[in-house]
Design a protein around this ligand. Structure first.
Ligand SMILES: Cc1ncc(COP(=O)(O)O)c(C=O)c1O
Length: 414
């Protein structure tokens, strides 16, 4: 009997996605014990206080008003021109850098990670990622025969660990002469950290210093999947301006996603947006990514593109959309504040939270703690270095009680 037909590069451990598995378990518990008795903080999607998925009315009313042809038609491979304009507006707002900027539509932010890793590294190269990270960076790198090295996200003062970033960045760049480094900010998954503008200046200074060697090719991928839920108004977009007039051997790629900001997770739309001081490099980006799109998914969701362009073009619709989003952003901020306050009250150590969907609790035995918490109907995600609590999915009242439950189990297991 044979046990495998797949080619060598396509054989992976037979394991299902752990987060989706846990989410399914939480749903079973809800059926058995009732919503009020279960805390499901597994999935990275906004839920209302009742635990139901939030679907923005301004987005879905617009979508449902569109003619069938808007859903049925193919889109252009790189994305509809209106969408490519709208997505840049939505991403940068008033902080568009002074540079050549080109965008290509991708299925969610995931597609932009894929395009950057595949098109800007050679087989066998190593990508630089922080030690608290979103797992698909590694999955995508492995898929293409790339490796991953990790810098420490935090120093002893719980600030961005610029020394660790610099050391790993320079070691890899000196060896490879090209490097894709990933920074997920603002509202990092899983910690909720956002680099300050001063920390961004330090990152850029390191890149500029290393760009003096003309043989170096530096690619910074900034994952802004959660930017629409970060900071007050647009303050977390200010740093984009710092990417004006960069040396030509630094290419910045921004991974934008409509999954969170438009609550269109399953509609699969995002964009890879490049920032360069050199027009040819920006054009090359556009054609490399378009080729990749054609080779992988051909084109993206036309209706999702259309809905964003329609909202973006109409000031009244844009205002209504922004107002609706602001309500959810404030809901999220209140939940996170409640969790942080309750954690402080019971002395539960958490990583520095600034914005977004998640808060992380550092610990060595995350799986064991998570298993014990499941017995009490609290579902959170165990990671290598700790536990991830999704404030996006849990009511403020439950955010207030969860830290004490977690702390109690951690103390019992110690
Ligand atoms: C860190 C991070 N980057 C990117 C994404 C993009 O996801 P999607 O492809 O669903 O837009 C996510 C979604 O979970 C994420 O957590």
């Amino acid at each position: 009997m044979i046990s495998s037909m797949a080619a060598d590069h396509a054989i992976w451990p037979k394991e299902d996605d752990a987060i989706f598995g846990l989410a399914a378990k939480a749903q079973e518990a809800i059926k058995k014990y009732g919503k009020e008795n279960v805390i499901d903080s597994t999935l990275g999607a906004l839920a209302d206080d009742n635990g139901d998925l939030i679907c923005m009315k301004t987005v879905y009313d617009e979508l449902k008003s569109m003619p069938n042809a808007c859903f049925a038609a193919y889109a252009q491979v790189a994305g509809q021109p209106d969408f490519l304009e709208a997505v840049q507006e939505a991403c940068f707002k008033e902080f568009r850098p002074d540079a050549y900027i080109k965008a290509v539509a991708t299925p969610g932010g995931t597609g932009s990670v894929r395009h950057t890793i595949y098109n800007y590294t050679n087989p066998g190269d190593t990508i630089l990622v922080s030690d608290w990270y979103w797992k698909p960076y590694v999955t995508i790198s492995e898929e293409f025969g790339r490796k991953v090295a990790f810098y420490k996200l935090f120093n002893e003062k719980n600030e961005f660990n610029i020394e660790s970033f610099k050391e790993n960045f320079e070691t890899l760049l000196n060896k490879q002469k090209r490097l894709v480094a990933i920074i997920n900010s603002p509202a990092q998954n899983p910690t909720g950290y956002s680099l300050s503008d001063e920390e961004w200046v330090e990152v850029i200074n390191i890149m500029k210093e290393n760009a003096k060697d003309q043989n170096n090719k530096i690619i910074l991928f900034i994952d802004v999947a959660y930017i629409d839920f970060a900071g007050k108004e647009n303050e977390r977009r200010k740093f984009f301006k710092l990417f004006s007039n960069l040396p030509e051997n630094i290419l910045v790629v921004v991974g934008y996603s409509l999954s969170k900001g438009y609550t269109m997770y399953g509609m699969r739309l995002g964009a890879a947006i490049c920032i360069s001081s050199n027009k040819d490099i920006a054009d090359e980006f556009y054609y490399s990514c378009s080729h990749s799109s054609r080779a992988n998914w051909s084109n993206c969701n036309r209706a999702a593109m259309e809905v964003m362009s329609r909202i973006s073009k109409d000031p009244a619709k844009l205002k209504a959309y922004e107002e609706e989003k602001a309500i959810y952003k404030s809901m999220l901020q209140k939940r996170a504040e409640a969790f942080v306050k309750a954690a402080n009250e019971v002395d539960l150590e958490i990583l520095p939270y600034r914005d977004g969907f998640f808060i992380s609790i550092p610990c060595d035995n995350a799986k064991e703690i998570s298993d014990k918490l499941i017995e009490q109907n609290l579902f959170l995600v165990p990671l290598k270095k700790g536990l991830r609590f999704a404030v996006c999915a849990v009511s403020e009242d439950k955010c207030k009680i969860a830290p004490a439950m977690i702390k109690k189990i951690m103390d019992e297991i110690k």
